[in-house]
Design a binder for this molecule. Sequence first.
Ligand code: PAF
Length: 298
Amino acid sequence: MIVVDTFDGVRAAAAGRVGLVPTMGYLHEGHLSLMSAAAAECDTVVASIFVNPLQFGEPDDLNRYPRDVERDAGLAAGAGVDVLFTPEIDEMYPQLPPMTSIRVDGLTEQLEGRHRPGHFDGVAVVVAKLFAGIQPDRAFFGRKDAQQLAVVQRMAADLSFPVDIVPVSTVREHDGLALSSRNRFLSTSEREAAAALSAGLFAAADAVEAGERDGATLESIVRRAAAERGRLTLEYASLADAATVQPVSTLSADSFLAVAVRVGETRLIDNVAFSVVGDNVIVDRGVRLDGPSVLEGG
Ligand code: PAF
């Protein structure tokens, strides 16, 4: 694996079918599963590490975002990455702030967008720059950020980037908690309470597999699970269409049941995804690690 910090350097090193895994670093098994998926399908795997200031609302959130590039480099090499792209701010934004904005109207105002205004505009710009500068054939994104996935898919289609967006299932701790770089901020008791997030989603997924299709009923199952743990403050629980991210009252097309909570100072999101095939619904709950995450802080 080589480490480069310019777009020119990435393009010079990339050959054949190029797979891109964009990250903000502090890698966990969720990122590593994106990299392994890319390695299985592509000749050159490029992973980027860049903590994008444009997608953070509060400066505190940006400043406390965990960073450890040396540790990340070892993990990325082990997961099959060929080129690790670690640009400085000047390479990504020669003139800050950029005067060009990208807003994916209709997909970004609800759910996460309501709680993090401007977040997806920042994501759309940085991902578009990575697509333009690296020119990948495939780009791998986690289903955990289901709204981000929809935004990236639509942005790439609207701007005619010749890239296939490949969704990859969420990776979970042995008790169901979705891996996130933010999990390291949880105290022991917050970490225990956070397990209610996936427990509620799995109970709703069980109900879907037993035939339930009513959105309000599925949302109430998730709400109830969150309320049982005093430490969780629910921000939303919502069944949304996978492509339009609009709320849906009945599960009849590809969709996801999304939940966001605050646990102390930390904000966590999670979802389960549903694919409708004829009369059947296939549930993607993600994949569980056999034991606790081997990476510090999950
Ligand atoms: O999901 C993330 O880590 C970020 O939003 C991304 C896609 C790397 C853009 O900064």
